[in-house]
Design a protein around this ligand. Structure first.
Ligand SMILES: Cc1ncc(COP(=O)(O)O)c(C=O)c1O
Length: 421
């Protein structure tokens, strides 16, 4: 479960430097990720590790032309300090976009953030006291665990099944400051919570008085049919919804948003002011200039088609190269396959071997709130970053590295699309 608060400041290993680290510093950036990032940067390695959008789909010309217009028409406003809440036309766009999905929110509830990652940090800062319970899926988004960790929560794992977290688990989490949920194409699990389960989850959360933090960076990346409406629609007063432009447009402009009920929204705004005053106004105007006339309606089908092709390529490669004892669900959206290997496999231990073979992945234990008791035979593969031939080659190398690709290859065991394996 969560690490217990440690008693005092963390002495630094380097005695020559005078800085004494705050206790929370020791909770930041687990070394596992640093190691993986280092490894994936080696030349010749096909990285199926990071959740990086396909860079060749970035609409560079459209952005350049929009940047010219912003700098021509509103140069001083775009480059001046800006309101902490965000650029009003962009907030209005977000509100209209959510309304079209059946979530009526007012633009005044929308706080533009520096990526949705900042939204997670602000939520943690405003809602978590040291030792307070926070309910999370297991596995869940590593970046959320990192964002919450410095605030010293006591993490409570929500039990789930193939459809997502169990409503009964939310009832059991009574007293938690919030439950952090990823209903659309979970990272890392890939599952999408069905409509009926969403309603049951929101109702159970409301009955138990456990607020929801609904993180939705992947909802637009659907490959078969759009996901059901957000949980926030069922219990708007008790839900904070986080969204992002990273996966639908570009991640480098660092634009996301948080939609919160008014009292909480006011606190999140204060926390953001202390954090960065505001999200870059130029970036906000630039993105608004790009999307205001419906660019995403043309762009998203292109992204979906490309990612669907890559998902299918990875599905084929996994079926061809991985042997018996491997299980996975084909994701209906998002960016990841979540694999369960044979018992006895340790994906953390095998990573160095895989990198030596020229392929990188993220070992499953990175995504568990309680890494010490996590299953060690899971791993996450991203299918969006590289093209189908690299996917095929990467999966072939993976199978070889894990010593399970050669020889007799019975058909893999498949399981239905699932929130968790
Ligand atoms: C589930 C989830 N939430 C939030 C984020 C943060 O996204 P960003 O800060 O780029 O909006 C990510 C990034 O991969 C993610 O997977």
């Amino acid at each position: 479960m969560s690490a217990e608060p440690t008693p005092g400041p963390t002495p630094d290993a380097d005695a020559a430097q005078p800085f004494v680290m705050a206790r929370r510093a020791a909770r930041m950036n687990p070394s596992i990720i640093r190691e993986i990032l280092k490894l994936t940067q080696r030349p010749g390695v096909i990285s199926l590790a990071g959740g990086l959008p396909a860079a060749e789909l970035f609409p560079v010309t459209v952005l350049r032309e929009a940047a010219d217009r912003v700098l021509r028409d509103t140069p001083h406003q775009a480059l001046q300090y800006a309101p902490s809440e965000g650029h009003d036309p962009l907030r209005e766009w977000v509100a209209a976009h959510l309304a079209a999905k059946g979530l009526p929110v007012s633009a005044s509830q929308v706080l533009i953030t520096t990526g949705s990652q900042q939204g997670l940090d602000l939520v943690g800062k405003v809602l978590i006291d040291a030792g307070s319970a926070v309910a999370v899926e297991s596995p869940t988004y590593l970046g959320a665990l990192q964002a919450f960790a410095p605030y010293e929560p006591r993490l409570v794992e929500l039990k789930g099944d193939a459809r997502g977290p169990l409503p009964g688990a939310l009832a059991a989490a009574r007293g938690a400051r919030f439950a952090y949920l990823l209903p659309n194409y979970q990272n890392p699990g890939g599952g999408c919570v069905p409509a009926a389960r969403r309603l049951a989850l929101a109702d159970a959360a409301r009955d138990a008085g456990v607020p929801l933090v609904e993180d939705d960076p992947y909802g637009e990346l659907w490959y078969d049919e759009p996901p059901p409406p957000p949980l926030a629609g069922r219990w708007p007063e008790g839900t904070v919804l986080l969204g992002s432009f990273s996966k639908v447009l570009v991640p480098g402009l660092r634009l996301g948003y948080v939609v919160a009920p008014p009292a909480l929204g006011a606190r999140l705004l204060q926390a953001k002011q202390a954090c960065d005053l505001h999200t870059p106004g130029f970036n906000q105007r630039l993105v608004h200039e790009v999307i205001r006339t419906g660019f995403l309606d043309e762009h998203l089908p292109v992204v979906r088609a490309r990612y669907r092709e890559r998902r299918d390529a990875m599905q084929r490669a996994l079926a061809a190269h991985l042997g018996a004892g491997w299980r996975w669900a084909t994701p209906q959206g998002g960016m990841f396959f979540w694999l369960e290997g044979p018992p006895g496999l340790d994906t953390m231990e095998s990573l160095a071997r895989a990198v030596a073979q020229g392929v990188a992945y993220v070992p499953g234990i990175a995504f568990y709130p309680d890494a010490d008791h996590a299953p060690r035979n899971r791993l996450r593969l991203s299918f969006v970053t590289v093209d189908p031939s690299a996917i095929e080659q990467g999966v072939a190398r993976l199978a070889e590295a894990l010593a399970l690709g050669a020889g007799d290859r019975p058909a893999p065991v498949r399981v239905a699309p699932a929130a968790t394996l």
